[in-house]
Design a protein around this ligand. Structure first.
Ligand SMILES: *Cc1c(COP(=O)(O)O)cnc(C)c1O
Length: 368
């Protein structure tokens, strides 16, 4: 018997791909950087946690239920979401975070030789999943920090299957308004799947910001992503979903792993929706105040910044972002370095409670 060497077993597109290295747990980081408390401002989490009703359902979880498989298709959650969005439950697919539904869509529509199109400076998971699955990712540069509609249309060819638009965009916070999104979808005219990732939907207060789900009636090829990780504060439980037209979702469902969404996540998400209004108002108020605070202090420090929609901001530093990261970690503030997002020497900061924002500003003052 001939045993192939490991190298021979590995596809070429995996050979050239580096694994993503997640950050270490807090206690390890505190030891490593010698700090006693740590503000995590790197993952766009909600500092207020989940809505109170969702917290209560977590406290009351009946431990023996952990032995029982969850609903394989998030039955009640899909019913609730359908009612909320005026859809049929079959138009919704729940996943282990929006990250998982990205993989469902790519698996459902791409085969060898196909490509996807997205921006160069956006959420990187669309690009990564395409590449490590063996498909080409065509990255169109942002134009003035905004997704470039014309540029993306020009890159489409006969093998383009999916176009990913992050609205508002992580990390620039810029967005396409309703008119621009509709014009783009009209140009595509149903020939590709268009995914609009609305992970930060609930943070946006602008009048002209489009609710992608309300456009599903008009555009049969549209797929919209939402998540419970950001506004709803359930990132640790991993739950997100996509909405689309029945035909499209029926195809995507063939490429999805059932039972990937745990019982606690489903129950907490259900309750989070029931208790969302006050939670969303409190979160938006906090963001408005702390964005103002950062605008004032970053201006005084003469640091260029990008503050738009979403619960994050970007700051440009006159030093390497990895050096700034290490120095800020020493002061108990964890930010996201942005060189990996193709924004060299930028950091991205999650908007959090005032004491965390003060620690960040103090940290920036001392390291500059
Ligand atoms: C955080 C984020 C997600 C992933 O969310 P999960 O539901 O936690 O997997 C998806 N898209 C964007 C743009 C994000 O920032």
């Amino acid at each position: 018997m001939i045993v192939p060497t490991l190298n021979e077993l590995v596809p070429s597109y995996i050979k050239g791909f580096d694994a993503y290295i997640p950050s270490k747990p807090d206690p390890e980081l505190k030891k490593l950087f010698g700090c006693t408390r740590l503000y995590r401002l790197n993952n766009n989490e909600n500092p207020l946690g989940p809505p109170p009703a969702a917290q209560e359902v977590l406290c009351r979880f009946h431990p023996p239920l952990a032995a029982v498989y969850p609903s394989g298709d998030s039955y009640y959650l899909r019913e609730k979401l359908a009612e909320m969005h005026g859809l049929h439950p079959e138009q919704i697919l729940v996943g282990n975070g929006a990250n998982e539904v990205i993989t469902f869509v790519i698996k459902a529509f791409c085969e060898a030789g196909d490509n996807i199109i997205t921006a160069d400076k956006t959420f990187a998971v669309y690009e990564w999943v395409a590449i490590f699955s063996g498909y080409e990712a065509r990255l169109v540069p942002l134009k003035d920090l905004v997704f470039d509609d014309e540029g993306m249309l020009e890159r489409i060819d006969g093998r383009t299957k999916i176009i990913f638009i992050c609205n508002p965009n992580n990390p620039t916070g810029t967005y396409w308004n309703r008119e621009k999104l509709c014009r783009f979808l009209d140009s595509i005219d149903g020939k590709q799947i268009v995914v609009v990732d609305e992970a930060y939907f609930e943070f946006v207060e602008k009048e002209d910001f489009p609710d992608g789900i309300s456009l599903l009636d008009r555009y049969p090829n549209l797929v919209v992503f939402r998540t419970f990780s950001k506004m709803y504060g359930l990132a640790g439980l991993r739950i997100g979903y996509l909405a689309g037209n029945k035909d499209v979702v029926e195809i995507i469902r063939r490429a999805c792993v059932v039972y990937s969404v745990n019982t606690l996540a489903q129950e907490a998400a259900l309750r989070a929706l029931d208790d969302r209004e006050d939670h969303i108002r409190r979160t938006r108020n906090l963001l408005r105040e702390e964005k103002d605070y950062l605008r004032r202090h970053l201006t005084a420090l003469k640091l260029p910044f990008v503050i738009n929609e979403g619960n994050f901001v970007m700051v440009k530093l006159p030093m390497s972002d990895t050096l700034a990261y290490r120095k800020l970690m020493g002061r108990g503030v964890m930010v996201r370095t942005m060189t990996g997002f193709r924004f060299p020497n930028y950091i991205r900061i999650t908007i959090a409670r005032h004491e965390a924002m003060e620690a960040l500003v103090d940290g920036l003052k001392t390291i500059l």
